[in-house]
Design a protein around this ligand. Structure first.
Ligand SMILES: Cc1cc2nc3c(=O)[nH]c(=O)nc-3n(C[C@H](O)[C@H](O)[C@H](O)COP(=O)(O)O)c2cc1C
Length: 290
């Protein structure tokens, strides 16, 4: 578990998707810190093998990124975090979890990041980490120095409006029964962990996480977007992106719980809940332990 010098809840609140960078390279000592942290992240929380690397932007990367289309125009990123992921039942969630730990470490160093999971030309980035046949690269991060004023100001404004850009608690977190709102008061000591899930980044800001608390558990579900099973969404791999979002949610939830001294572990259980429709998919549960 990497160590952060600032409280995790502060880092989560400071983070935003930075799309404009100062072209200067990331200072060498910061690069070293990130690389040594990444070297420790050789498996996911369920043991799936993965590896990450920090690469310096090359001229042709901009061209590869242009494939992202109108969704997010990344300017001046001096580096990227690329990753290679092995096979495993929850491998995409695990990759989301570990990559988000890197995001928070970069935030801790004052760096800007942006998850990039669109249909960009992955081969250009895959080549740089020498992707093997049994590996895949589900998403990468743009990383670099935040372009001073403009972006920081955007960050400040963003913090102010952040609540409005997020789905309210009552639509995300439920108590025992799907649809029965769990209030922050009722969530008690876990309210911070849930709030940190809510503030997390997600592909197209869809915020697909839904959580139901029952006795001794927090069950995590993916709220799928209508039509996600059709060819188009499969082609652009939106479904995969949402599994990364779940991993990010797990990361925020667990790191916050750890910071508060709350004990638990992840597992797949028989949740026994009635779900209102088939767009809701069970993901994983946080099991409270002593
Ligand atoms: C898995 C994933 C993939 C993403 N892909 C892109 C992308 O391709 N381009 C982009 O500009 N932003 C991308 N984002 C960033 C989201 O748009 C962003 O997290 C969301 O709009 C919320 O804004 P915030 O991160 O500033 O809080 C991605 C985020 C996640 C978690």
């Amino acid at each position: 578990m990497p160590t952060y010098t600032q409280p995790i809840t502060e880092l989560i609140q400071q983070r935003f998707s930075c799309r404009k960078y100062n072209k200067e390279p990331i200072p060498v000592e910061m690069q070293e810190k990130l690389r040594s942290m990444m070297a420790e992240l050789s498996t996911g929380p369920f043991g799936t093998p993965m590896r990450f690397d920090l690469i310096t932007a090359e001229n042709q990367d901009g061209k590869a990124l242009r494939g992202l289309g109108t969704y997010g125009f990344i300017q001046g990123a001096s580096g990227f975090v690329v990753g290679a992921l092995g096979a495993g039942q929850l491998n995409l969630e695990e990759y989301g979890y570990r990559m988000e730990q890197i995001v928070l470490a970069a935030t801790n160093l004052g760096l800007g990041t942006c998850w990039l999971g669109g249909t960009f030309t992955k081969s250009a980035f895959a080549r740089r980490i020498v992707l093997q046949d049994d590996e895949r690269m589900p998403a990468i991060l743009a990383i670099g120095l935040i372009d001073d004023e403009v972006q920081s100001r955007k960050g400040a404004i963003r913090q102010y409006v952040a609540g409005q850009r997020r789905i309210p608690w009552k639509e995300l977190f439920f108590d025992r029964v799907w649809g029965t709102a769990l209030s922050p008061e009722d969530a008690g000591e876990y309210s911070r962990s849930l709030e940190m899930v809510r503030l997390g980044p997600s592909a197209s800001n869809k915020q697909p996480w839904r959580i139901v608390r029952t006795d001794g558990f927090f069950h995590f579900f993916i709220q799928r977007t209508k039509g996600y099973r059709n060819l188009m969404t499969r082609l652009v791999q939106i479904d995969d992106m949402q599994r990364l979002d779940m991993g990010i949610a797990m990361c925020h939830f667990e790191l916050t719980a750890c910071e508060l001294g709350l004990n638990g572990k992840w597992g797949i259980v028989d949740h026994g809940l009635d779900l209102p429709n088939d767009l809701i998919e069970y993901s994983v549960s946080w099991i409270l332990t002593d």
